[in-house]
Design a protein around this ligand. Structure first.
Ligand code: HAM
Length: 430
């Protein structure tokens, strides 16, 4: 019978690689705590309308990549509902912000999340159908200062710090402003005008987007379209005075704290909710999927999904891509399986229970201990022990009675006798 495999675009994360994942997540949590962010966990699936109204109907994510199904009613009190595996987490966080009236505190809400997201994309290196994001959002009423350019700069400075603490070097930060909701119609009009001439030369998707959502033409990845897209007007020319000042203040604050950035007027990002500041951190080592993370401001998102005015800014890092970058950059710390401090080899079935007791003692003393099997011949215990641990502790009838353990160090070959009371200490020594 053919064995069943993980679905296309999904994969199992196994030890020791999961140690690297845990290290990344622990580092992120530590940095978020210093910047006073709290963790939010939202459901893995949401009402499909949430993504249609926030990320946008015409985006690739919503129009092509979502895992959506009709959830049948199971009782008269229930209604059939269209549900979707979350393709991103910002919409869910803002929905929760509205649902729990978090804005009523009058303070900024600073929330972070770590978890899987789902997009039906063409899988390749760094691009999966189930992938993991580490993200954060700063959102609140305008009176709490949620529109301040200082918040944008603080989030970007936190990201530079986090990447530094992860040991990721050579990243580039691309920065842009896509203008406010009031700048947008003027820009869209100019795009539509310019697209009248070039749209027939573009791909079928772009021809459709030119009609329905011209801004999305700028996301096109088709190489043949790029020379035409290059000729389109740039958003920066359509920003009003307020948007210009806001963006200049973000840039000045980044300069003040020494976070380097590169202006990229084409950076509109593939989600509809962005306003004003948008950004991406890229890393050349990643190849085609070079974005380590992306984010931006979304001043109108809460209102777009039925909430109060609650401007915000946030980002999501692709954890899969952080792992790839760290692995490529260095001899990944988790590439070598970490050996246990000791392998306890019960010599015979009769010793198993007491060997378990000994293992418990040593583990409670903080040691990493593998417990062997009393049914193994001694030769097999040595072979298995050698693969799993730095030392083997033989635990036979004699050791059980005398309380003196036989310990062999695999690297040096040295064999010693150690009283049980001193065993934990002896095994702690390198
Ligand atoms: P995004 O640019 O769609 O933004 O995704 C953020 C990051 O998630 C990307 O830069 C990339 O590292 C990773 N990523 C996206 N798709 C995949 C995939 N198929 N496989 C592996 N990694 C992937 C958002 O999701 C926004 N919610 C970010 C945000 C938060 N904006 C404001 N707040």
């Amino acid at each position: 019978m053919k064995a069943i495999q993980a679905a296309r675009g999904t994969r199992d994360l196994l030890p020791p690689e999961t140690e690297l994942w845990n290290h990344i997540e622990a580092t992120a949590r530590r940095v978020f705590a210093r910047y006073c962010f709290g963790e939010i966990r939202t459901p893995i699936f949401e009402d499909t309308q949430l993504f249609a109204r926030s990320v946008g109907e015409e985006t690739d994510i919503v129009s092509k990549e979502m895992y959506t199904w009709e959830d049948r009613a199971r009782a008269q009190s229930e209604k059939a509902q269209s549900l979707t595996l979350r393709p991103e987490n910002t919409a869910g966080v803002v929905r929760a912000y509205i649902e729990h009236k978090l804005g009523e505190s009058g303070l900024l809400q600073k929330l972070y999340y770590i978890g899987p997201q789902f997009r039906r994309e063409r899988p390749q290196k760094g691009r999966y159908r189930q992938f993991y994001q580490i993200g954060a959002e700063v959102i609140g009423p305008t009176s709490a200062g949620s529109e301040s350019p200082l918040r944008d700069a603080e989030v970007l400075e936190m990201l530079a710090t986090l990447l530094g603490e992860l040991g990721i070097v050579d990243w580039k930060l691309y920065l842009n402003s896509v203008g406010s909701a009031s700048d947008r119609p003027r820009y869209v009009l100019a795009l539509q005008e310019a697209l009248k001439e070039i749209a027939p030369k573009l791909c079928a998707d772009c021809q459709r987007r030119a009609q329905t959502n011209p801004l999305r033409v700028l996301d096109c990845k088709i190489p043949e379209d790029q020379p035409f897209i290059e000729t389109l007007p740039k958003i920066a020319e359509f920003l009003d005075a307020n948007s210009r000042v806001h963006f200049a203040q973000v840039c000045a604050a980044l300069d003040a704290c020494g976070v380097p950035f590169i202006l990229n007027p084409r950076l509109v990002r593939g989600l509809d909710y962005y306003t004003r500041t948008t950004f991406e951190f890229v890393h050349a080592g990643l190849g085609a999927q070079n974005a380590l993370l992306g984010g931006g401001r979304y001043d109108g998102l809460s209102e777009a999904i039925g909430g109060p005015k609650a401007p915000g800014i946030g980002f999501a890092m692709g954890a899969d891509r952080l792992v790839l970058t760290l692995q490529a950059q260095q001899e990944a710390p988790s590439a070598m399986p970490r050996l246990a401090d000791a392998y306890i080899a019960p010599l015979g079935e009769a010793q198993q229970e007491q060997a378990l007791v000994l293992a418990r003692e040593l583990r409670q003393a903080g040691l990493r201990v593998e417990l062997g099997d009393g049914n193994f011949r001694i030769k097999k215990s040595f072979e298995v022990g050698n693969r799993l641990a730095r030392r083997i502790v033989l635990f036979g009838e004699e050791e059980a009675q005398s309380g003196i353990m036989t310990v062999k160090d695999f690297a040096s070959g040295a064999q010693t006798k150690v009283p049980r009371a001193e065993l934990a200490q002896a095994l702690q020594r390198k």
